[in-house]
Design a protein around this ligand. Structure first.
Ligand code: ADP
Length: 334
């Protein structure tokens, strides 16, 4: 439930919808993916046939769902949304596929988590626009072939490496979303502030952008929290002082670390002299499960250049020491 988690709570979905770009031209940054998509979609429109199936990969909160919606909007097709874990039986998927209309876009989030039988059904739908639906059980079971209207599948995955080869091969277009730079997030936040009707200074926006961990979802969330704070405690303007004060209240530091991230670094430096220390020892020191430390905390600390995973254990980098206001000992990594 951290303010800097890249995952959205169900309640947050509504707040997100209001600032979600609806067309490709409004989608901020990711120039490469955007340009490639534009060519793909517009040439399909010109030909009057659906484009190749599209896969978006990248960490949570970088814009995969948004792009899926944009694909449908640009193509003028209806969007059907589901997710890998929601498709439990292949029959569920067959029902969705056979109800699609020509030109529809089917979005499957977390497509790497789709069950095997459903995945195989999806192959034939993607490739030949048909599915074999099994009727009956045992020796009497028969496969009834059903046509599927020409559609475009948009898959999203946070773990492209977990997709099976045959699945990956069936996507004619793969767009990989990268983390956003601070100036890119600032541009994105300017747009959000305008839509939300929030008065914000350039410096205030930059202050939020720098703490948003390269992730639009986090940037938009921090903007909403700073706005709340500014409305309650001052004149409602998002500027450097309201941003700093609000993010202090919410325990988000100037690199975007929250309380737990910070606790991990502080233990590493103060209890273990900067490491190396084993994951489980470190987890006990901060009162968390090793999985949480490894999957929730460490990826960002590593990406921010604050922590290194070495064969002998976790090590605080020189940047981590400095971030905590301490002088790194001689020979510190990084
Ligand atoms: P994902 O599906 O990758 O987890 P979303 O598409 O749901 O991420 O995006 C999370 C939030 O960030 C949404 O509110 C979305 O509007 C916003 N967002 C993501 N990417 C961009 C972008 N490039 N430009 C503007 N807003 C973005």
């Amino acid at each position: 439930d951290s303010l800097v988690s890249a995952l959205a709570s169900p309640e947050e979905r509504d707040a997100e919808a209001s600032v979600r770009p609806k067309r490709l031209a409004e989608f901020v940054a990711q120039e490469r993916v955007r340009e490639q998509l534009e060519v793909l979609l517009h040439s399909a429109l010109r030909r009057g046939s659906p484009p190749d199936h599209i896969l978006f990969s990248g960490s949570p909160g970088l814009g995969k769902t948004t792009l899926a919606m944009i694909v449908a909007a640009e193509l003028g097709g209806a969007l059907r949304m589901t997710s890998g874990p929601a498709i439990e039986r292949s029959g569920d998927l067959a029902a969705v596929l056979t109800s699609l209309q020509q030109g529809d876009v089917l979005f499957i989030d977390e497509i790497h988590r789709i069950a095997k039988p459903a995945e195989e059904l999806l192959y034939s739908a993607m490739e030949d626009f048909r599915v074999d639906v099994m009727v009956g059980k045992g020796p009497g079971a028969t496969a009834i072939p059903l046509d599927v209207e020409p559609f475009t599948l948009v898959g999203a995955t946070t773990r492209a490496g977990l997709l099976t080869g045959p699945m990956r091969d069936r996507f004619g277009f793969v767009g990989h979303l990268e983390f956003y730079s601070a100036p890119e997030l600032a541009a994105l936040l300017q747009r959000s502030a305008r839509i939300l009707g929030v008065a914000a200074t350039k410096e205030g926006i930059a202050e939020i952008a720098g703490r948003s961990r390269g992730t639009p979802r986090i940037a938009n969330r921090l903007l909403r929290r700073v706005r709340d704070y500014a409305e309650l405690r001052s004149d409602g303007v998002v500027n450097v002082s309201s941003a700093r004060a609000a993010l202090k209240v919410y325990d988000v530091d100037d690199l975007g670390l929250d309380r737990l991230d910070k606790a991990v670094l502080v233990s590493l430096v103060e209890l273990f002299g900067g490491g190396p220390v084993g994951l489980s020892t470190l987890a006990v020191a901060v009162g968390e499960q090793p999985d949480t430390v490894e999957e929730v905390v460490e990826p960002f600390l590593v990406r921010a250049g604050l922590l290194a995973r070495t064969p002998r254990g976790r090590v605080a980098t020189a940047a981590a020491w400095r971030h905590l206001g301490k002088k790194p000992p001689n020979g510190t990594f990084g």
